[in-house]
Design a protein around this ligand. Structure first.
Ligand code: NDP
Length: 326
């Protein structure tokens, strides 16, 4: 059997994660990494060729699925639709509010080209979305709760670093244990933003900066921190590097409800991730297999994780899966 030929578009944390995940999947091979930077600048983990993204057109017919590893904010809105016109694609677009318009834009270029494009793959959106769907379909009377953390939030860390007087810093999101406990008990609580999560910042000050002013600017920042209980810890650069370089994340989706005769049912799906990008990349790779198969079945256009039959994610045949997993 021939291997599924994979390309990687964009080589950041996610791109590197995809490269290492492919090494764990014997039915796939990496054809090349495509970048907007000078290809000679990139240092890969392995020895696949690095090419400029402007030359990617020459690879039509040589790549079965292109895994898009660009950022959701600026890269994917442009690259998603453009590259879905040329290849089957998988991406991790995670701006939840803009998923419907992104889906439309990708669909408009993938469908006429006969390509299959699975969008918003990862864990949230992604595996968490699937579990929210299972929860509400099976327990129509109830509520769904998503808690994130403990995890490093890229967006909130960026916001902290933009505060005047801040030299470097990171931000962690943490679920509030009391809230999680009530949900797990099946109490169906109404929880405000502040009651569900808290935020914790680790900040290195610029020389001469006023710690109290920096702390005040962070905890009152609208949209990012004002609606949460936020603690700010100050530390030196060396400690930041030593203790806060990793990108852990995780969280849980809980559906709690009552079935027909009034019995309380609680369903939970949980992730504890030492590396967010490495895990997200592993999900992208499994969905690349599904994108290839869907395309071979003639199912072109944009799809989300909710549209993909789960068996297509596995390298095993449907018969083998029935025997082993049912
Ligand atoms: P990065 O910032 O590491 O990479 C994004 C892009 O920036 C790369 O594709 C690369 O493009 C470019 N880039 C990377 N490093 C450099 C550099 N040193 N100098 C210049 N350009 C660089 O982002 P991540 O890989 O961490 O994350 C990508 C996206 O994944 C996030 O925006 C997020 O939306 C999404 N995500 C989704 C999750 C989910 O569950 N759905 C979970 C986690 C992340 P190029 O090679 O072309 O220059």
């Amino acid at each position: 059997t021939t291997k599924i030929r994979i390309g990687i578009a964009g080589y950041g944390n996610l791109g590197r994660g995809v490269e290492s995940a492919l090494a764990q999947n014997g039915d796939m091979e990496l054809v090349g990494v495509f970048t907007r930077r000078e290809p000679g600048q990139l240092k890969l983990l392995g020895n696949a060729p690095v090419l400029h993204i402007d030359d990617i057109g020459q690879y039509q017919g040589k790549i079965d699925v292109l895994i898009l590893c660009g950022g959701s904010k600026n890269d994917l809105p442009e690259q998603g639709p453009a590259l879905a016109a040329l290849f089957n694609t998988v991406d991790s677009f995670d701006t939840h509010a803009k998923v419907p318009e992104y889906f439309e834009a990708v669909n408009q270029s993938a469908e006429p080209a006969g390509n299959t494009a699975i969008i918003s793959v990862g864990w949230d959106p992604g595996l968490f979305s699937l579990n929210r769907l299972f929860g509400e379909a099976v327990l129509p009377e109830g509520a769904t709760y998503t808690f994130w953390g403990k995890g490093l939030s890229q967006g909130h860390s960026d916001a902290v670093r933009r505060v005047p007087g801040v030299k470097a810093g990171v931000q962690y999101t943490l679920p509030v244990p009391e809230a999680v406990e009530r949900v797990r008990n099946g109490e169906l609580p109404q929880l405000s933003t502040r009651e569900k999560h808290k935020r914790e910042c680790f900040v290195v000050l610029q020389e001469g900066a006023d710690a109290a002013a920096v702390e005040q600017a962070i905890v009152t920042m609208p949209d990012y921190f004002a609606d949460y209980d936020t603690t700010v810890n100050f530390l030196d650069e060396e400690t930041l590097r030593r203790d806060h370089e990793a990108m852990p994340h995780g969280g849980f989706v809980i559906r709690s409800g009552t079935t027909g005769q009034g019995n309380t049912q609680v369903v939970e799906y949980s992730l504890k991730l030492q590396s967010n990008p490495e895990f997200t990349a592993s999900v992208l790779v499994a969905y690349a297999r599904a994108a290839h198969r869907l395309n071979q079945m003639g199912q072109a256009g944009a799809k989300s994780v909710l549209d993909v039959p789960p068996g297509l994610l596995s390298p095993k045949s449907a018969a083998q899966l029935r025997k082993e997993l049912l």
